[in-house]
Write a protein that binds this ligand. Structure first.
Ligand code: KIV
Ligand code: ZN
Length: 501
């Protein structure tokens, strides 16, 4: 079977979703999970765009094993040099350079002629090739580019050394039949001299359909993001395209290397890190994607699963919640379960997590896989801590004014503060703000329960804004007010880290 490469751009194009910015630690954490998912290429960022992107690409290149690590670069010398600097120590690396080719972009945005755009593209592919073997070129806004000129550009950049030529539907304008024909024409023109990649945006809700049509017409790489996040209406959703290719292998006759059992975990991690929830009816990873409500469907399913299920929930890593551990579980069982769940952690990280696990087991009788996943992601994506919660006590009720007493560590010193508020969270946040002496504004506050039951671990996610910067903080605890305090303090630590960098 022909293999389709999966190029993940969650960390680059996905991060361009409004409010989805991620810090370096979060990007590294997500890249490690993308490696568990077995994507072929990780587009880790746009090296020249910010020091944070540069550091993330560098760290991912140094620390994440398996996938090729890629940096985006405009067709400019300084961009390509910066991409090389970020990537140079990575064992497997790619530079992805791009230049617009549509008349609309050339005339109104770049004010250059077609000839000049072609010259720059060829020259910059050549420059990128002087640094790395693996070079990808994208003619931006390809689907609104005059086809004769597009073919000329594609042929020229391949001759200049691009091993992958990516055809972006930058504004989500094309349709499956039209895009399939375009990819077929490019295939005819360049044969097997380079891999044809596609990069579809979802403005008309067609990104996955367009990508599939491209695969059917010879594309060998699909660019996509987890949960389909990205600029405007987002990008082609990785889980949808991968599961479509797998489920309809009979039709497409292609395969990918994706370990589909990691899909749900990756989707949850992206949602948690970016704070962008997954809509319940979203294909593959939505909460209702495998829920059957109608009586007729339920009857069919009970008789034979394939009557109404075209995919098995287990194939995407969706297990019926499994009871794993409790207070008497030992270090060995804990470590083994984390390994089974796919976490590769250092001995030091495991020790720290085991302490947290024991504390949780004192509060909560049964601990499920989801609880362990929450523990790991809370502990491993932490920013260096300026602020930490030492203690919190609350009084509130129908007739009492909610009061919070917070004890917090700031640097090496410990402070106490008591505050009243409209509710226990309000009182707690007032005390935290007073101790930390910070001036951020709370933009959003979301609470969700990780498993069922009154002793469930609650996860709180907040976003704070200060001087135009928006950061997201997460906290998990069986006590929802403690989780809310942890989330707020996590966000404050992120703001403090950003100020320092
Ligand atoms: O959508 C787009 O055209 C892009 C390119 C940089 C590939 O993201
Ligand atoms: Zn894009």
């Amino acid at each position: 079977m022909r293999k389709i490469k999966i190029f993940d751009t969650t960390l680059r194009d996905g991060e361009q979703s409004p409010g989805a910015s991620m810090n370096v630690e979060e990007k590294v954490q997500l890249a490690k999970q993308l490696a568990n998912l077995k994507v072929d290429i990780i587009e880790a960022g746009f090296a020249i765009s910010s020091p944070g992107d540069f550091d993330a690409i560098k760290r991912i290149g140094d620390e994440v094993e398996g996938p090729v690590v890629c940096s985006l670069a405009r067709a400019r010398e300084e961009d390509i040099k910066k991409a090389w600097e970020a990537l140079k120590d990575a064992p497997r690396k790619r530079i992805h350079t791009f230049h617009s080719t549509s008349d609309i972009h050339l005339k109104y945005q770049f004010r250059v002629s077609r000839e000049e755009a072609l010259r720059r593209s060829v020259a910059m592919v050549g420059l990128a090739r002087s640094y790395v073997e693996d070079v990808e070129f994208s003619p931006m806004d390809a689907t609104r580019t005059e086809i004769g000129y597009l073919l000329e550009v594609v042929e020229a950049v391949v001759a200049a050394g691009a091993s992958t030529v990516n055809i972006p539907d930058t504004v989500g304008y094309t349709t499956p039949e039209e895009f399939g024909a375009l990819i077929g024409a490019i295939r005819q023109r360049i044969g097997n001299k380079a891999v044809i990649s596609v990069h579809c945006h979802n403005d008309l809700g067609l990104a996955v359909a367009n990508s599939l049509a491209a695969v059917a017409n010879g594309a060998g790489q699909v660019e996509c993001t987890i949960n389909g996040i990205g600029e405007r209406a987002g990008n082609c959703s990785m889980e949808e395209v991968v599961m479509a290719l797998k489920t309809r292998r009979d039709f497409f006759k292609v395969s990918t290397d994706i370990n589909t059992k990691e899909i749900v975990r990756t989707s949850r991690l992206v949602s948690k890190i970016t704070g962008i929830p997954v809509q319940p009816n979203k294909a593959i990873v939505g909460a209702n994607a495998f829920a059957h409500e109608s009586g007729i469907h339920q009857d069919g399913l009970l008789k034979e699963k394939t009557t109404y299920e075209i995919m098995r929930p287990e194939d995407i890593g969706l297990q019926s919640t499994k009871l794993v551990m409790g207070k008497h579980s030992g270090r060995h069982a804990f470590k083994t379960r984390l390994k089974e769940l796919g976490f590769t952690l250092s001995q030091e990280e495991i020790e720290g997590l085991f302490e947290r696990f024991k504390r949780l087991a004192d509060q909560k009788k049964d601990i499920y896989d989801e609880d362990l996943e929450a523990l790991v992601s809370e502990a491993t994506a932490r920013t260096p801590e300026l602020f930490s919660l030492v203690d919190l006590s609350i009084t509130s009720g129908l007739t009492q004014k909610p009061t919070a007493t917070v004890k917090m560590k700031v640097g090496e010193e410990i402070f106490d503060r008591m505050e009243h508020g409209d509710g226990p969270v309000d009182a707690t946040y007032k005390a935290i703000v007073a101790i930390s002496n910070t001036k951020s504004t709370l933009r959003s506050f979301d609470v969700k329960s990780i498993t069922g039951g009154t002793d469930a671990l609650g996860e709180v996610s907040v976003s704070l804004e200060e001087e135009g910067r928006v950061v997201r903080g997460n906290g998990a605890d069986t006590d929802i007010i403690v989780a809310a305090a942890k989330a707020y303090i996590d966000a404050l630590n992120k703001l403090a880290a950003r100020k320092k960098s």
